[in-house]
Design a protein around this ligand. Structure first.
Ligand code: EPZ
Length: 430
């Protein structure tokens, strides 16, 4: 087990390159199952969630070739099985995309209920409802989803999402791309990675219109062909480094971003007194003065992203005055607050709202990451804090942040990843 040791209090300066988007990659890689040819995919982030989904494809019979650190060729012409190994599927939430992709291409799928970060209740009823609307038989038994299409092919339908869901929208797209006829997804999610998945599939011959709006129309096609595609930059990784600069002070040029995707985050940081200068594919983020309070509610895109809530709450814990943060997507996403309190933050959580009373500074402490974004928030807290912090359970952070240690060190942060000694065996007192 690794842990991060961080000596805080150093402002960040320099340039940082943003990697490909995790939540696009974990959908686009399974989407390669729909393609009758070889997909060359570029700008894939090197993170553990990607490693898991690549392993799953290989287990199913895909030929995966590494071209370089961030480019892979995936050929799914010789898939042997539609049964996703249980142990791998449970390691990530996005394994639910295997259901839509396998069902869409081969008319059957067997996948265990997905794992992933603990953000409260995480149902997949909307995914299953979409598959059923397309004609699939769905059976839930012993923690597995068994999905089957009549005569191996789904039929287009109108799917109304009761709730805006990123995963269910993408899964409905995956299942319907090769279906017979027209599918219409209403009340679709609009996140940048939904557009990216649709662009990937369209570049391989699919006919998807309206991705990025709340109505998506998919005309089913007979087959998809191979091609080359490059994944968009990660909005949340970029936002996390923006938040880090806001918390520590300093000035950092964030490269390889799509500024439009950053608007919802930039607007809030500017309200807090952070200077953000936008260029074609970079943002210059600078914080010299005091941070100011603000109120934030997380919402589906283009609202403020829930995946930035822990990081922005951490920054607000250092702002002047009292801020209110409301979680509008997940039932519970405040487990990290107790860790911030150990560092001196003054935050009270009542159900979905956190009341954040800014403090003058945080103090380093031993702290634990409970999930990916909570872990990123603790890194930010530790970078800004006086003294040394040690963060354990960093495997959560490495699910979603490529080269986080070297990227931060290049900005002047004092952060190291060290091997945690094995726990000593309990003394025999018997
Ligand atoms: C995606 O999760 C992301 N994960 C999450 O990012 C992100 O927090 C979330 O979207 C919201 O933006 C991936 O892309 C792999 P949802 P997803 O379906 O698709 C309810 C991160 O840190 N819901 O949009 O699973 C659900 O309970 C991760 O990178 C149902 O009720 O989220 C939630 O309240 C964590 N039934 C809301 O919808 C369903 O069938 C939105 O969830 C599905 C969802």
């Amino acid at each position: 087990m690794q842990k991060y040791v961080i000596h805080g209090g150093h402002p960040l300066f320099g340039e940082i390159e943003i990697s490909g988007a995790k939540n696009a990659a974990v959908a686009i890689i399974p989407a390669a199952l729909l393609v009758d040819g070889c997909c060359r995919i570029e700008n894939i982030p090197q993170i553990s969630d990607v490693t898991v989904v690549m392993e799953i494809l290989q287990e199913l019979g895909a030929d995966v070739r590494t071209i370089n650190k961030n480019t892979f060729e995936i050929d799914c012409r010789h898939i042997r099985s539609c049964r996703v190994p249980d142990e791998l599927a449970r390691r990530m939430r996005a394994s639910y995309y295997l259901i839509g992709a396998l069902l869409g291409r081969f008319g059957e799928a067997q996948v265990s209920m997905p794992g992933g970060c603990d953000l409260g209740v995480r149902p997949i009823d909307l995914h299953l409802k979409s598959f059923k609307a397309l004609g699939a038989d769905i059976d839930l038994q012993g923690g597995f989803v068994y999905a089957q299409a009549p005569q191996k092919r789904l039929t287009g339908a109108t799917i109304y999402m009761d709730q805006v869901s990123v995963g269910a929208t993408i899964n409905a797209i995956l299942a319907s791309v090769l279906a017979n006829g027209l599918t219409v997804i209403e009340n679709a999610a609009k996140e940048p990675h939904i557009v990216d998945v649709a662009n990937f599939l369209n570049s391989m011959g699919a006919n998807i219109m309206g991705a990025g709006t709340d109505v998506i129309k998919i005309h089913g096609v007979e087959s998809l062909h191979g091609g080359t595609y490059s994944i968009i930059p990660d909005q949340i990784e970029a936002g996390t480094y923006m938040a880090a600069v806001a918390a520590t002070g300093g000035s950092v040029l964030i490269r390889n971003i799509i500024p439009k995707h950053m608007d919802c985050i930039t607007a809030k940081l500017v309200e807090m007194g952070v200077e953000v200068e936008e260029n074609e594919d970079t943002l210059l983020v600078r914080r010299t003065g005091k941070l100011q309070k603000t109120n934030i509610k997380t919402l589906p895109y283009p609202g403020f992203p829930t995946d930035m809530q822990p990081q922005i709450t951490t920054v607000l814990s250092l702002a002047e005055g009292t801020s209110l943060v409301t979680e509008g997507v997940w039932g519970s996403r405040y487990r990290y607050v107790d860790e911030l309190k150990r560092m001196g933050a003054n935050i009270q959580v009542d159900d979905k709202t956190a009341v954040v009373e800014g403090v003058d500074h945080l103090t380093g402490a031993p702290i634990q990451a409970y999930d990916l974004r909570a872990g990123a928030a603790l890194v930010i807290a530790a970078l800004a804090a006086h003294g040394q912090s040690e963060i354990t359970q960093v495997q959560y952070i490495e699910r979603g942040y490529e080269d986080i240690i070297s990227k931060l060190r290049a900005l002047g942060a004092d952060i190291r990843s060290v091997e945690e000694p094995e726990e000593a065996p309990a003394a025999n007192v018997g």
